[in-house]
Ligand binder design. Structure first.
Ligand SMILES: [Zn+2]
Length: 232
């Protein structure tokens, strides 16, 4: 990083300390160099979303970080691995990337760089009517994200509930800085790469909403709390 030579206008401004991440996003400028994120989010962490899996001994699926796929070729099988990586500062910025390569390490590295280019701000809030604390521990409203045949609904939850969602999804929400959420999954959640991207899609959808619309739609619908009759 010490030897970063910016190649874009935005990169030059970032290297000169002339612009913040908030300013970049509020003006809709495109980040084309991963070093921009390295520089502006020095506390960035990353997690590999485990998208691979092979049947383990004694049943069950053994999850693996990368997915290996074979293609037939004249000279025999050709293997390649793909990886999905999430990056985030744990405080309102998150990105996701996917890449493939011949080797695990290369796929993971390429996916990490791609995730940096896809960093977006996450609108956090307390959309839970039961909590209503005005904090930023959850999301502002319930929202459904999708990717391929995968759909995931994220639902605001009160402080202290935790992340009620599968382990791979928890990695994304933690890196985004969201601490409490309920969820419902629909579709082919076996495709774990898509599943991760569907959560990211939900964040993007929240970002595309106007704030007034968010506060209006943040009101709960009864079916979110199906079993609690008469709760008010
Ligand atoms: Zn709250």
């Amino acid at each position: 990083m010490g030897d970063w030579i910016p190649r874009t206008e935005l990169g030059k401004e970032v290297a000169a300390g002339a612009i913040t991440l908030d300013e970049i996003f509020s003006t809709g400028r495109k980040i084309k160099e991963p070093e921009i994120i390295d520089k502006l989010l020095p506390g960035l962490q990353s997690e590999i979303i485990y998208i691979g899996g092979s049947p383990g001994k004694g049943g069950g699926i053994k999850r693996t970080p990368t997915k290996r796929t074979a293609r037939m070729h004249r000279s025999g099988r050709r293997y390649r691995v793909s990886a999905v990586v999430v990056v985030g500062d744990g405080n309102g910025y998150v990105g996701i990337g996917k890449a493939h390569a011949k080797e695990n390490r290369d796929a993971i590295e390429k996916a990490t760089q791609s995730a940096k280019l896809n960093v977006i701000p996450v609108k956090r809030s307390c959309g839970s009517w039961e909590c209503n604390c005005g904090g930023s521990h959850s999301i502002p409203l319930r929202i459904t994200g999708s990717e391929g045949s995968d759909r995931i609904m994220l639902i605001p939850a009160p402080r202290g509930i935790g992340l009620c969602i599968n382990d791979e999804a928890k990695k994304i929400l933690r890196l985004a800085g969201i601490r409490d959420v309920w969820s419902k999954a629909f579709g082919e959640t076996r495709t774990r790469g898509n599943y991760a991207f569907s959560i990211f899609d939900a964040f993007r959808k929240i970002n595309s909403m106007k704030l007034e619309a968010v506060s209006k739609r943040a009101q709960p619908k009864r079916e979110d709390f199906g079993d609690e009759e008469g709760a008010e």
